[in-house]
Design a binder for this molecule. Structure first.
Ligand SMILES: Cc1cc2nc3c(=O)[nH]c(=O)nc-3n(C[C@H](O)[C@H](O)[C@H](O)COP(=O)(O)OP(=O)(O)OC[C@H]3O[C@@H](n4cnc5c(N)ncnc54)[C@H](O)[C@@H]3O)c2cc1C
Length: 349
């Protein structure tokens, strides 16, 4: 096996989670990552740095979403408990979530099976027009720092000294870097809409504007999944009192610029949700826009055979790449098991 036997196309959280999973299974030294944007960059075409990010009930109720959520939550909690180095920018925080419309019964059932310290808030204590609410211990992630940290770890010999090459692919085939490349993980986020060889008509962006503020009094997460709006407050771990205030879920909208009226609406809605934000200490550091890589029917984690080569597609995580990405990576690498075995056997000949 060679350094480029396995190529990961994309260095957002989805590609990084796959690289970590391959590295844990002993394949790190055969992996190369290629991507137009790398951890540390900021661009409207690179979603991961803009995420809140936390684990929440924002995901869909289909079987894959429920399974990836459970896997992500459980594995991240274990990583924090064991103080593993990949968990440096993950933190446990108290969270409250409200839904204006009742979530699907399967989703409620699933969450009750694994969320820690879960309390279903009695109807009498719910805010006006809220149908359902929970409190639990969640996982909160400093998204940009976590991505940079994973890249740094992957570059270490222990993880396989994985090289990160900055390169734009103009078609999926470009990810097959040489004769050696037999396996490609396609983790290109929103580019799944346009990249030749993928062009997935089910994919679309979901726009979200957020504010990064300084608000050291905020120690808890709170979210309201509304009818036509999404309001949330997420303190950023290891950040000196930074907090993410959001937001929006604008399906099919890719407008890249900040809108002043949306900034006002976010401040108003988050202040109503968490009145400590009205104590005068909130200082706006910036307003930004991110485009969630969404897909009708949910993310695509699937194998495609192209003659003697294998592509594992892994994109379309929408608003859940951080919470579901680890579970998606486990499935993606499992799908490649046969191909990895073949590569291993050939390298022993
Ligand atoms: C405002 C906001 C809040 C969010 N909050 C949360 C949250 O609280 N919890 C959560 O779990 N998720 C959250 N998300 C969702 C999460 O950010 C995404 O699901 C995740 O970042 C998607 O990661 P990705 O790796 O698929 O895509 P990206 O991060 O966009 O990465 C794509 C990679 O592919 C590369 N690429 C693309 N095309 C090419 C090409 N042609 N050639 C070479 N490289 C290419 C890019 O350069 C990049 O490296 C939020 C998103 C937004 C916008």
């Amino acid at each position: 096996m060679a350094r480029d036997s396995i190529v990961i196309l994309g260095a957002g959280i989805i590609g990084l989670d796959v690289a970590i999973e391959l590295s844990k299974r002993g394949y790190g030294k055969y992996v190369t990552v290629i991507a137009e944007h790398l951890p540390g960059d900021t661009s409207i075409d690179y979603t991961s740095p803009w995420a809140g990010a936390n684990f929440s009930g924002i995901s869909g109720g289909d079987a894959n979403a429920l399974r990836w959520d459970r896997a992500g939550y459980t594995l991240m909690m274990e990583m924090i408990d064991k103080k593993v180095t990949e968990a440096r920018y993950l933190e446990k925080t108290e969270s409250t979530e409200y839904w204006d419309e009742m979530p699907q019964p399967d989703k409620i059932q699933s969450m009750t099976e694994y969320l820690r310290d879960l309390v279903i808030i009695p109807k009498s204590e719910l805010p006006k027009a809220v149908a359902f609410g929970i409190k639990f211990t969640t996982v909160t992630i400093n998204a940009p720092a976590h991505c940079q940290h994973l890249k740094t770890l992957l570059s270490e010999p222990e993880y396989g000294s994985v090289p990160f090459i900055r390169r734009r692919a103009s078609r999926l085939q470009d990810a097959f870097l040489s004769e050696n490349t037999k396996l490609v993980f396609n983790c290109i986020g929103n580019s799944a809409i346009t990249l030749s060889g993928v062009s997935d008509a089910k994919c679309y962006p979901t726009r979200g504007q957020i504010l990064l503020v300084k608000a050291p009094s905020v120690k808890q997460n709170i979210m309201r999944h509304g009818n036509g709006y999404e309001t949330y407050v997420i303190p950023r771990p290891l950040s000196d009192g930074s907090v993410i205030l959001g937001g929006y879920m604008q399906k099919g909208n890719s407008f890249p610029n900040v809108k002043e009226e949306e900034t006002k609406s976010i401040l108003q809605r988050t202040g109503e949700l968490l009145p400590v934000l009205l104590n005068g200490e909130v200082e706006i550091i910036g307003a930004v826009v991110g485009l969630r890589p969404s897909r009708e029917g949910g993310a695509r984690v699937e194998q495609e055979r192209i003659s003697d080569k294998i592509v594992i597609h892994n994109y379309g995580a929408g608003g859940t790449g951080f919470q579901a990405g680890i579970g998606m990576a486990v499935d993606a690498v499992d799908l490649a098991a046969e191909s990895l075995k073949e590569l291993n056997q050939k390298s022993m000949l």
